[in-house]
Design a protein around this ligand. Structure first.
Ligand SMILES: C[S@@+](CC[C@H](N)C(=O)[O-])C[C@H]1O[C@@H](n2cnc3c(N)ncnc32)[C@H](O)[C@@H]1O
Length: 217
């Protein structure tokens, strides 16, 4: 699928995505607490596929700079509005229109190397996962952290996968990489990371939260 079409899907559903309540608020809060605990006040962080910015708004106050990218202009419009009206709008947060694939290849921002890169619910959506992971590693300082949550569709129940297939056929679901958890771990390791943590927040075992480290001092 062409980039414009892929981003167009998210533009179309951005309003609905923003209005959808968080399914498991306790699990989301626990994940945020874990991620915040790994970040330092001096860190410069990149978030890929930030969507409507909720996570960026919550985590930016824990670090020095938070750059949140997404390739959907409509997702970013909502994210900027949300950040501007947040009770304590983080001043160190910027939203940038950029594709994860080209983000490190002379993209519209020059922030690398970062102390941490976050990718929540997005790695299953990128076209070239090995290439994206390699660019992420190259965009991190040695010792820098990749903090992720990724849907592993290949391990979901058959009826759920069938439902997603039908929804995809009628344009209500995006194309996804149907990964197993083992394949996801392997791709992360193949890109040169060491996995330092894997956990599930909440009850769905197929959306693992994985923290990986670029080896180095
Ligand atoms: C499922 S949403 C997740 C949003 C947010 N991270 C969250 O956890 O709620 C996926 C987001 O990734 C963005 N996205 C998908 N592929 C992308 C790519 N190649 N480059 C940049 N953003 C991408 C979509 O526009 C969408 O906002």
């Amino acid at each position: 699928m062409r980039k414009a079409a892929r981003a167009g899907f998210w533009d179309r559903i951005a309003g609905r995505y923003a209005a959808k309540p968080i399914k498991d608020p306790a699990a989301y809060e626990a994940m945020l607490a874990d991620a915040a605990g790994r970040l330092r006040p001096t860190d410069r962080v990149l978030e890929i596929g930030c969507g409507t910015g909720s996570t960026a708004i919550r985590l930016a106050p824990h670090v020095a700079e938070w750059t949140a990218i997404d390739f959907s202009p409509e997702m970013l419009r909502i994210a900027r509005t949300k950040a501007a009206s947040a009770k304590e709008a983080p001043k160190n947060l910027r939203f940038v229109l950029a594709d994860a694939h080209g983000a490190f290849d002379g993209g519209p921002f020059d922030g690398a190397p970062f102390d941490a890169i976050c990718a929540f619910q997005v790695l299953h959506l990128v076209d070239d996962l090995p290439g994206t992971l390699e660019r992420i590693r190259a965009g991190l300082k040695p010792g820098g952290m990749l903090i992720t949550k990724t849907w592993c569709f290949a391990e979901m129940k058959l009826r759920l996968r069938a439902l997603f297939l039908v929804l995809r056929t009628i344009g209500l679901f995006p194309p996804v990489n149907a990964l197993t958890k083992a394949a996801l771990r392997e791709k992360i390791r193949d890109a040169g990371f060491e996995i330092v943590e894997e956990r599930v927040f909440g009850t769905n075992p197929n959306g693992p939260y994985i923290v990986a480290r670029r080896p180095g001092p």
